[in-house]
Design a protein around this ligand. Sequence first.
Ligand code: 13P
Ligand code: ZN
Length: 263
Amino acid sequence: MKYNKDIERVIAQIAEVAGYLWQRGWAERNGGNISYNITEWADRRLLKLKPIAPETPLERPVEHLSGNLFVVTGTGRRMRYVASAPMENASLIRISDGGSSYAIVAEKAIAPTSELPSHLLMHNYLRGRGIPNRVVVHTHPTELIAMSHNPEFLPKDVLGRLLWSMIPETRAFCPKGVGIAPYTLPGSLALADATVGLLDDYQVVIWEKHGALAVGEDIIEAFDMIDTLSKSAQIYLAARSMGFTPTGMTDTQMNELKEAFDL
Ligand code: 13P
Ligand code: ZN
């Protein structure tokens, strides 16, 4: 299908990021999924496309997404193929007026990710709060997941502070740190609710023993936050495998950064 240049750019960026997720080793098999709200760039023709699969009711309505159009990766689809053929592995879905269901409107009847409850409820919550969020990226970053297996890291902001302290970039570019949602069945509404509950405080959420999610206006920024946090996790791991626990930057050093970069 032919799209305007803004939507072409979004699709190209989804492909670009899907490639990074695969190259990073964060996307085994069909691991991870992406959704991108493209409503603001859609013309009448796109907004009025006829459904190509039956309308699917949503367990929880998303009233702030009424009539919105999303590119969503398909369930069971591999990121390495999203990278090479994005619209063969993702579809356009439109939320109904009122937000109680969605329909696939293009290009192929590819069922959206099993994590759609989390994606849509996150978009809905942020838009409802007036935040111009467009993107949710979910992936399986190895070192961050490994760290979420340690109960000592799970209390509020323990892991976030540790990751901040590994390298100045993380403090600067992930200024909110990371929220942690306790292990919950993948694809469940309970997992979605736990995640949404963290969005007042965080832009990145780690699903214990499962993966990470980032939200943002821009998919490159969302990817960069997970990448930066992952870098910190790798530094921690490298130090531990050399036989020592890294000291980390001190609170004073981190506060100095906070002031210098106005975080
Ligand atoms: P999907 O293939 O349904 O997107 O699921 C992948 C995944 O990472 C589930 O958490
Ligand atoms: Zn997952």
